[in-house]
Design a binder for this molecule. Structure first.
Ligand code: NAD
Ligand code: WQD
Length: 344
């Protein structure tokens, strides 16, 4: 075993894919999740893929007593990957305190416990949302942080600052901040994937639910942007590729491959794809049509953002390799699996 890793939010979308990659790399995984946005069956999916059932603790990371108990009962946790957070942008505008409490108290609790239990490093799930509408694309890590447009986005900015301040204060820990662009797709086995709650707000789950007939039509939010086809541009990053970057980040911290105590990496493909191009890629890859119509812009949307992933490529030694067609097929196969299982 290479070490014991605590994965908070490990039954969630990105967390579950990362657990599988950690296991494949030889790490022992302990998951903590309060199941507020996932369910226990995800553990079966993980076990089917890897043959290993991770230790699972159903608890809330804002509960310091529960977290302390977890560290006492699972001695020797070397590293943490902190996925646990609330992530719905719209909901965060309605319930800001829920977001500030959940996302920030979770992080502070973990940081406080790390030195006490000798945990060396923490990987933090940040987001390209910290760049807002960037002045130039592709965006590298030196681009200015723009004022957050939602409490959710603000929790990511504040979290990055909390980690930085703590390390500057001399705390004996290391951290890597990973700024994800738009994670999409599912594991190629279709054993795990994204489980959206209610009507999906994000493009891919809405698209696959439309393709399978749960939704009548996909609304494309705007075709009058300053982009070649008028729809918004994003950097859609395959979730398994994304998961693999977390293993690289952990290794870098735990094996002291860098002297830096705090590092930041953009995780994206480096290619911007428009919403209409993405629909087209899905249709080409699966042969399934997606009924869609153009509607007005969605408030708060960024016009175009895609990553410059050079730092992740050259320094972290990680690169996104999955084609958008394979990613779209994986998203579709996952949607079909959900139907098979009678989930939706
Ligand atoms: P997700 O909702 O699928 O996973 C988060 C998991 O954390 C869920 O299983 C949820 O039940 C759990 N959780 C939430 N609060 C908790 C708490 N207090 N204690 C214990 N468990 C808790 O989300 P995801 O898409 O996998 O995102 C993972 C992380 O990546 C989040 O921090 C998110 O903000 C960040 N992120 C996501 C995206 C994206 O588009 N999916 C983009 C950028 C960053
Ligand atoms: C992508 C594009 C929409 C739905 C969000 C968060 C961001 C990050 C990733 C966590 C946009 C368009 C969407 C639909 C559409 N999360 N769209 N019809 O907004 O880029 O980013 O998730 O950190 O913080 O804001 O992702 O999937 O919602 O939208 O036309 O039904 O698809 O307008 O251009 P977004 P998304």
């Amino acid at each position: 075993m290479k070490g014991k890793i605590l994965v908070t939010g490990g039954t969630g979308y990105i967390g579950s894919h990362t657990v599988v990659e950690l296991q494949a790399a030889g790490y022992e995984v302990v998951i903590i999740d309060n199941l507020s946005n996932s369910n226990k069956e995800v553990l079966d999916g993980i076990e089917k893929i890897s043959g290993i059932r991770p230790v699972f603790v159903e608890a809330d990371c804002t509960d310091m007593a529960a977290l302390t108990k977890l560290f006492d009962e699972n001695p020797g946790i070397n590293g943490i990957i902190n996925f646990a957070a609330s992530k719905a942008v719209g909901e965060s505008v309605q319930k800001p305190l829920l977001y500030y409490r959940n996302n920030l108290v979770t992080l502070v609790n973990l940081l406080e416990l790390m030195p006490k239990y000798g945990t060396k490093g923490i990987v933090f799930s940040s987001s390209c949302t910290v760049y807002g509408e960037p002045d130039v694309n592709p965006v590298d890590e030196t681009a200015p942080i723009k004022k957050a447009t939602s409490p959710y986005g603000n929790t990511k900015q504040i979290s990055e600052e909390i980690i930085s301040d703590y390390i500057t204060s001399g705390a004996p820990i290391k951290s890597i901040l990973l700024r994800y662009f738009n994670p999409v797709g599912a594991h190629p086995s279709a054993e795990i994937g994204e489980l959206p709650n209610g009507v999906p707000q994000n493009l891919i789950p809405f698209l696959t639910q439309t393709a399978i007939g749960i939704r009548k039509e996909l609304s494309v939010f705007g075709n009058d942007y300053n982009t070649p086809d008028g729809s918004c541009i994003r950097d859609f990053i395959n979730v398994v590729d994304l998961a693999k970057a977390h293993v690289k980040a952990l290794e870098r911290m735990l094996e002291d491959k860098s002297d830096e105590k705090l590092e930041v990496f953009n995780l994206g493909t480096g290619v911007g794809l428009s919403v209409l191009e993405l629909i087209n890629a899905f249709e080409t890859a699966t042969g399934v049509k997606v009924p869609h119509k153009i509607v007005g812009r969605r408030e708060g949307d960024i016009e175009k953002v895609w990553a410059n992933p050079d730092r992740a490529n050259n320094v972290l030694g990680w690169k996104a390799t999955t084609s958008i067609e394979d990613t779209m097929r994986s998203a579709w196969n996952w949607q079909l699996r959900l139907r098979e299982r009678g989930i939706m």
